[in-house]
Design a protein around this ligand. Sequence first.
Ligand code: IMO
Ligand code: MG
Length: 427
Amino acid sequence: MSVVAVIGAQWGDEGKGKIVDLLAERAKAVVRFSGGDNAGHTVINPYGEFRLHLVPSGIFHPGVVCIIGNGVAINPAVLLGEIDDLKKHGVDTSHLFISDRAHIIMPYHILLDGLEEERRGRGALGTTRKGIGPVFADKIARLGIRTCDLLDKEAFQSRLSSVLEFKNAILTKVYDAPPLSLKEIYQQYCHYGESLAPFIRDTGSILQEIMSRRETVLLEGAQGTMLDPDFGTYPYVTSSSPLAAGGSIGSGVSFRQIAHIIGVFKAYTTRVGGGPMPTELKDEIGELIRERAHEYGATTGRPRRCGWFDAVAGRFSIQINGFNSIALTRLDILDTLPSIKICTGYKLDGETLDQFPSNVAILHRCQPVYEELPGWQTSTNNIHDSKQLPSQAHQYIARLEELLSCPVNIISVGAKREQTIMVRQVV
Ligand code: IMO
Ligand code: MG
């Protein structure tokens, strides 16, 4: 198989890192293609426990080329810190490469992310404040600075000077904030450029070469489908596309080469930040899920909002990504519950909606329609074969497959690599 995409199917934090770390064993390359250090991918393996923000989760496999693709926005300080931390834990990072076309997060992006959120007041989006919105806005506005720019100091200085003039005008005139110093940023980023230079490559060509040998490439999604700027719960979304199609644009792989798309779903739903979440549980069950699963953001530490599985959003996610497989994670979190609900429809003013609404004002008013299934109330943590799952767990999974019209091929029952049930081999 050539290119396999591993995509967040809900609102992020679905466990993509674990799935990629596991599947990378059979791959030749792993590519991050979107987002930036707003992502937090937790990986627990024999090297230890890691929260990766920028480095692909394939990094623990020495023979696997790891690429930070052109679609990722890079905060150099975060990336260098992450590389250092991996090295300290004995992880080889010599197989890591960064696209020469990736955009760089600058100090004004981070400042503006915070200032914009403050100005929104009660309407704040709940961003991670990592500069993501502003850096992708600059990319499209043609005001961005890319990794390749850092390699030519003279050209970088003149580009930075013209962009900073513009940014300082916004900082001082709109936000009444002090201006940033060209000299300081220039020196700091020249320094970053020198440290990152050994990693910077035309990564698209590296991938083409790997694909020409018919070796497997994994595209590692960040964020989740419902945070997509086009199809998510706009404006409560992120600023780059987490969809399978984004995997093509953000890596330089033609979408025709993506042979298999895995949608990673949690066995329930979480969301961090603002915006509607129809199945959110503001009761003791939501609290129980949060505590059992330790649902606190890997990037910001914020408590995640928890709720039942939303099959309406799930069907929409399948439709726009074209998933071939589902990886269902954190099934074990439901182990103690006497009964489990699945949202099978939304009710609005007495009518059942058959499409996921585009307007968040409408979504806010939707009432979830639930179907209740019996829980299994026994531990699944040590199950390796799907045949050993309790019958109620089978029933729950079969109902999800039916509602989503997609097979569950991987089931995760714990954070460790071995706590995984491979129902069918996907890579
Ligand atoms: P991973 O890759 C969950 C959310 C933020 C906020 C919204 C916009 O770990 O699944 P941004 O900083 O991107 O402008 O914030 O998107 N968000 C995530 N939520 N998991 C993520 O990444 C997220 N990345 C961004 O909480 O609601
Ligand atoms: Mg995360």
